[in-house]
Write a protein that binds this ligand. Structure first.
Ligand code: SAH
Length: 258
């Protein structure tokens, strides 16, 4: 098998035919792929990848590998989740080494668990290769730490919408009371309602908020705003998805860390 780039010496797992590896590709910057991810790319027969996976990463694949786009972006469902899971099952049953490559971490709002369940019930062996999630690594590229010892002892990761696309039916009061820092994924559509829910729960109007779009990519843009102004500022500055929104005092550390 052709090797695209040498890996450092290590007891690298061998990708067996008929297996699926569910792998996180990180938030954007190709350098945030793990070495396990690179090892997987070099051995896979077929790579089923998402919209948010950096093309450079795909360039590191075994040149003989088949590449299948299974992108889903913000409601525009170009491939249904059930179809993707079924495709993974069928490819594995064909005896392929199937690499399922996802943005960020597969188990953080990434449907990795759902795909793993389908594989398990079909009797397909699989392995999880974690990745750097946008809500941690992507914010770090914007100079925002999700924790600071003097500021917060907890952080809550929230999806801005539920499985049907509606605003997440969460107890916003409890979330607001329980966590000084919130990291919101997929929240651009409903940020107005989420911001209001947090304001109603007692979070101050001038609470720092950052919107980081295209985090860790050459298109990265960072908007620093407040709970009160976030909707208007997103509009004014034409911030677009994919974006991570961080609410809380750690946002203000950006000035010190960038
Ligand atoms: N599994 C992924 C998240 C998938 S959900 C992870 O762990 O990162 C998709 C959401 O992730 C987007 O709506 C956005 O909120 C966030 N996201 C992913 N990549 C991003 C990036 N490069 N910049 C900003 N947000 C990103």
């Amino acid at each position: 098998m052709k090797q695209t780039a040498p890996l450092p010496p290590h007891n690298w797992p061998v990708f067996q035919p008929g297996w699926v590896w569910l792998c996180g590709a990180g938030p954007g910057d190709a350098g945030l792929l793990t070495l396990h991810g690179l090892n997987a790319l070099q051995q896979a027969d077929v790579i089923v990848y998402d919209a948010l996976v950096n093309a450079d990463i795909l360039g590191w694949a075994n040149p003989d590998a088949e590449q299948v786009f299974a992108g889903k972006r913000g409601g525009q469902v170009s491939a249904k989740q059930g179809d993707i899971s079924q495709m993974l099952v069928e490819l594995a049953q064909d005896g392929k080494r199937v690499l399922r490559l996802k943005g960020g971490d597969p188990f953080v709002f990434g449907r990795g668990a759902e795909e793993g369940q389908t594989l398990k019930s079909a009797g397909i062996p699989f392995r999880i290769l974690p990745g750097i999630s946008a809500g941690i690594g992507g914010l770090a590229y914007a100079g925002i730490p999700v924790t600071h010892g003097a500021m917060n002892q907890s952080v809550t990761f929230v999806s801005g919408h539920d499985a049907k696309g509606a605003v997440s039916p969460l107890n916003w009061q409890a979330i607001s009371d329980g966590s000084p820092v919130l990291v919101l994924y997929m929240a651009m559509k409903h940020i107005g309602r989420i911001g209001k829910a947090l304001r109603d729960a007692g979070r101050p109007a001038d609470e720092p908020v950052a919107v980081v779009s295209g985090a860790s990519t050459p298109d990265q843009r960072v908007l620093e705003t407040t709970l009160e102004r976030v909707v208007a500022d997103i509009e004014t500055h034409k911030m677009t998805a994919p974006a991570i929104i961080c609410v809380g005092p750690v946002v203000a550390l950006r000035d010190l860390l960038t």
